[in-house]
Ligand binder design. Sequence first.
Ligand SMILES: *[C@@H]1O[C@H](CO)[C@@H](O)[C@H](O)[C@H]1NC(C)=O
Ligand SMILES: *[C@@H]1O[C@H](CO)[C@@H](O)[C@H](O)[C@H]1NC(C)=O
Ligand SMILES: *[C@@H]1O[C@H](CO)[C@@H](O)[C@H](O)[C@H]1NC(C)=O
Ligand SMILES: *[C@@H]1O[C@H](CO)[C@@H](O)[C@H](O)[C@H]1NC(C)=O
Ligand SMILES: *[C@@H]1O[C@H](CO)[C@@H](O)[C@H](O)[C@H]1NC(C)=O
Ligand SMILES: *[C@@H]1O[C@H](CO)[C@@H](O)[C@H](O)[C@H]1NC(C)=O
Ligand SMILES: *[C@@H]1O[C@H](CO)[C@@H](O)[C@H](O)[C@H]1NC(C)=O
Ligand SMILES: *[C@@H]1O[C@H](CO)[C@@H](O)[C@H](O)[C@H]1NC(C)=O
Ligand SMILES: *[C@@H]1O[C@H](CO)[C@@H](O)[C@H](O)[C@H]1NC(C)=O
Length: 446
Amino acid sequence: MYGSTTLAAGAMLLASGAQAINITSGYINYTTVAGYFLQDVASTNASTFDYTATNFGLINQTYSGTTSSTANLTQWQQFQAQVAALNAAAPLNTVYKVLFMGRHGEGYHNAAETFYGTPAWNCYWAELNGNATATWYDADLTPNGINQAIIAHNFWQHEIAVQKIPQPQSYYSSPLTRCLKTTNLTFNGIPTPEYYPFVPTVKELLREGISIHTCDHRRNRTYIHNLFSTWDVSDLGEYDTIWNGVSAETNDAQDARSKKVLDSIFGTDDHTWLSITSHSGEIGSILRVVGHRSFSLNTGAVIPVLVKAQFLPSGPAPSSPAYTVSTHCANPPVTSIASLAQGCVCSGTAVGGITTPIYNISSDYPSGAGFQATDLNTPTVLASATATATATGGASGSSSSSFSTSSSKSSSASTSASITASASTSSSRPYGPPGYNPWSSSYGWW
Ligand SMILES: *[C@@H]1O[C@H](CO)[C@@H](O)[C@H](O)[C@H]1NC(C)=O
Ligand SMILES: *[C@@H]1O[C@H](CO)[C@@H](O)[C@H](O)[C@H]1NC(C)=O
Ligand SMILES: *[C@@H]1O[C@H](CO)[C@@H](O)[C@H](O)[C@H]1NC(C)=O
Ligand SMILES: *[C@@H]1O[C@H](CO)[C@@H](O)[C@H](O)[C@H]1NC(C)=O
Ligand SMILES: *[C@@H]1O[C@H](CO)[C@@H](O)[C@H](O)[C@H]1NC(C)=O
Ligand SMILES: *[C@@H]1O[C@H](CO)[C@@H](O)[C@H](O)[C@H]1NC(C)=O
Ligand SMILES: *[C@@H]1O[C@H](CO)[C@@H](O)[C@H](O)[C@H]1NC(C)=O
Ligand SMILES: *[C@@H]1O[C@H](CO)[C@@H](O)[C@H](O)[C@H]1NC(C)=O
Ligand SMILES: *[C@@H]1O[C@H](CO)[C@@H](O)[C@H](O)[C@H]1NC(C)=O
């Protein structure tokens, strides 16, 4: 009844030649619906939590609203019925989605951070393309990382067979190589429901926090397309124009960017069960945006989150917090400062650290690897930056930089998620009937 009423309303709107809905003028408010997953519970320790030993963390319980119809169903089937019931009862401006957010498996940059220690990594090594024996720009998966993705694959297979877990209806990935490969390995060979094929969408803004680390610089779109040619890379420009080798997102800038990519996904995707493959820092930022408690993922780990999204006519104005300058050492640091989370004492004349790239853009930039050296800002942009005695590195998620500068790069300059949705979006989707579809049935959220 619900469906037919709203379909009729939608048809009337279309018949009268309604304009596309411009949701950029509204505001999507995200909240995490707690009470379903162990990861929401304060007593769950993220560093020792094993999603494969706990049914993805889904708490065993009966849900009061749907008990009678779900007596013999698995916990995931009951949860699926619960989410469907929440959506069916929700006002037209509200939708519930389940995000399965997976962190990529271990990359060479992760191994190197362990090898050098975090301070030295942030202050020096991460700014290089690699060392004599390993490369970590746009880092690839290590054998251990491949294995972690295969663990995720095996667990999904087990959950599909035993728990009848709802399979993702849409797949999203960061454009960085380690996430692309993790997405592929995780879902490779898993049969998908007819209406929900495995065709990942690569989203520019699902990338790791922008830092001066070369591991967070993506390759060109051609490279990504050649890697997985059936995937949707239409969100990407040919080159990475966001990473610039000199400035870094603050947490606020990253959260604004994460909201933008969530708005893009929630504003265009009528599916309920979404897989997102991203990074430690970026998933942490998305968790902040949806109001989830802090929960750090180990490499290869997956966290499910039930998100409620409310489409409001207006909200806080979108912000574009400035990036900050990242300082680092010109040479391997002599020591690290225990009292400072990511602090190093630099060696050489510039003991206070520098703000210019330490590699030679002409000679050290990996040629033919899918980057474009002109992506980089010229170091002179940073002439006004003042140094202090401590280099804090460019760690993603770090807000401890003691530097400020007049040069800032607005995150809104990025290939932004424009979320103008049109009423015809749903009918042009190639997937066929997605079951409950609050999206296409709610022409007019306000
Ligand atoms: C959508 O709304 C925003 C904010 O009101 C406006 O700037 C933009 O031009 C609109 N876009 C379209 C396609 O109407
Ligand atoms: C979580 O587990 C780690 C590793 O065992 C331990 O060091 C840490 O103290 C624990 N945290 C809490 C809050 O119990
Ligand atoms: C729920 O119960 C099943 C067995 O009935 C068990 O395998 C699973 O670990 C339990 N989940 C949680 C989160 O305790
Ligand atoms: C659940 O299973 C039991 C035993 O197989 C059966 O008697 C009962 O009818 C089932 N209940 C439902 C709601 O399917
Ligand atoms: C390069 O870094 C890797 C860690 O990723 C380490 O195992 C290796 O020993 C390093 N090579 C050299 C020459 O230091
Ligand atoms: C994963 O990548 C491999 C190697 O490129 C490819 O053969 C396979 O089809 C991919 N799997 C999926 C599901 O895209
Ligand atoms: C978003 O939802 C939260 C929780 O319901 C509420 O506290 C907050 O005021 C809402 N924000 C806006 C802009 O409506
Ligand atoms: C950088 O490398 C280029 C090409 O090898 C060389 O001509 C230039 O002098 C180098 N610049 C610096 C500052 O080392
Ligand atoms: C993209 O990167 C590949 C390397 O992966 C390179 O061969 C190709 O020339 C690059 N394409 C463009 C347009 O820069």
